[in-house]
Design a protein around this ligand. Structure first.
Ligand SMILES: [Cu+2]
Length: 383
């Protein structure tokens, strides 16, 4: 018996389908690397950090120990239904099952070697375009894999900074896969670590990776969000919403409220926290309510001096930026996209719970709220 999914897959495999590029045309899009000379990296040490789910970042040295290494990572592409708001479902496409995909950290001069798996249960071709990489569409043209295939790509991390990676399987598949969840970020640290605006070394006590996603979920005539069987099933309805450029959701880490409540970030007064913020598709403007950006690499590129004392910084769609803040007061801080409609109504809010001792010199409520007598104080709104 042919299931609906089989029928869709059959249709998708036809050469004219936008979902899967057939072998002949796929070959034309593979970058010809045959002119390259063999590179012998056999003397370099290899390390294999285990990727972790954002907002966490895998353990790493801030200052590199020793010379360049080959840093091996593995990622598995997982297509799965994800609840992005209570009762609202997306047929998501993910790297390692999370939105955003995991943060990878290497040092400038290291080689990043990624093995990417597209399990046979998936329905679509996928790949990875690293904005940190040079050539072959960021590696996208050398990593396009069908369900059931794996591929390994190595690139040299030549530019320090925070960079987006995302799926880019060609044509209209590119935005669709990105707004279905397929993006993440890598951080290429300078070998001698980060420097402040005066070129002095700076370290962080904690790092959090916040991946912002814009989603375009279609509704039925009654205004209820539609739910689909698989990504292909939802494609044309989502495409129509995408064309309007108005997201139904703007989230941090894949779900409204993912980084509030039990998922809130934590810090202590006196800790310097590095926030890395990526947006693969759309502009954003991170703002820490009640705090600041002490050092902000708005463009995310560490060879540029950081800006200091910022209130809000700008993340261009298709980039990742970095900011360090030392918390000075305890309490709940909201970390938002300061388009406040997106923050409050569409989902782009995280919380940071900070513990420590309050500093009355920095702020004090000198008179608590109290009713006043208009007759004696004279403050009236009447003309
Ligand atoms: Cu993809």
């Amino acid at each position: 018996m042919i299931t609906r999914r089989d029928a869709l897959m059959g249709a998708a495999l036809m050469a004219s389908s936008p979902f899967i590029v057939n072998t002949a045309s796929a070959n034309e899009e593979v970058t010809d690397t045959s002119s390259g000379k063999a590179v012998d990296l056999s003397s370099l040490p290899r390390v294999k950090p285990r990727l972790v789910t954002p907002p966490m970042v895998h353990a790493h040295d801030q200052v590199a120990i020793g010379g360049p290494k080959i840093v091996e990572f593995e990622m598995t592409i997982i297509e799965k239904e994800v609840e992005i708001e209570d009762g609202v479902y997306l047929q998501a496409m993910t790297y390692n099952g999370s939105m955003p995909g995991p943060m990878m950290v290497v040092h400038e001069g290291d080689y990043l070697e990624l093995t990417l798996y597209n399990p046979p249960e998936n329905s679509l071709q996928h790949n990875i375009d690293f904005h940190a990489a040079t050539g072959a569409l960021g590696g996208g043209s050398l990593t396009l894999i069908n369900p059931g295939e794996k591929v390994t790509l190595r690139f040299k991390a030549t530019r320090p900074g925070t960079f987006v990676y995302h799926c880019a399987p060609g044509g209209p598949m590119i935005p669709w896969h990105v707004v279905s969840g397929m993006s993440g970020a890598i951080m290429v640290l300078p070998r001698d670590g980060l420097k402040d605006e005066k070129d002095q070394p700076v370290t962080y006590d904690k790092v959090y990776y916040i991946g912002e996603n814009d989603f375009y979920l279609p509704k039925d005539e009654d205004g209820d969000y539609l739910r689909f069987e698989d990504p292909i099933d939802g494609y044309s309805d989502m495409f129509d919403v995408m064309q309007g450029l108005i997201p139904s959701h703007v989230t941090f880490n894949g779900k409204v409220g993912a980084l509030t409540g039990d998922g809130a970030l934590t810090a202590n007064v006196g800790e310097k926290v590095l926030f890395i913020h990526s947006q693969a598709n759309r502009d954003s403007r991170p703002h820490l309510i009640g705090g600041h950006g002490d050092l902000v690499w708005e463009l995310g590129k560490f060879n540029n001096k950081p800006d200091i004392d910022l209130e809000t910084w700008f993340i261009r769609g298709g980039s990742a930026g970095a900011a360090i803040y030392e918390f000075l007061q305890p309490g709940v801080y909201a970390y938002v996209n300061h388009n406040l409609i997106e923050a409050v109504n569409l989902g782009a809010t995280a919380h940071v719970l900070v513990e420590g001792v309050w500093d009355n010199d920095l702020m004090e409520q000198t008179v608590a709220p109290v009713e006043y007598d208009v007759a004696t104080e004279g403050k009236t709104a009447l003309p």
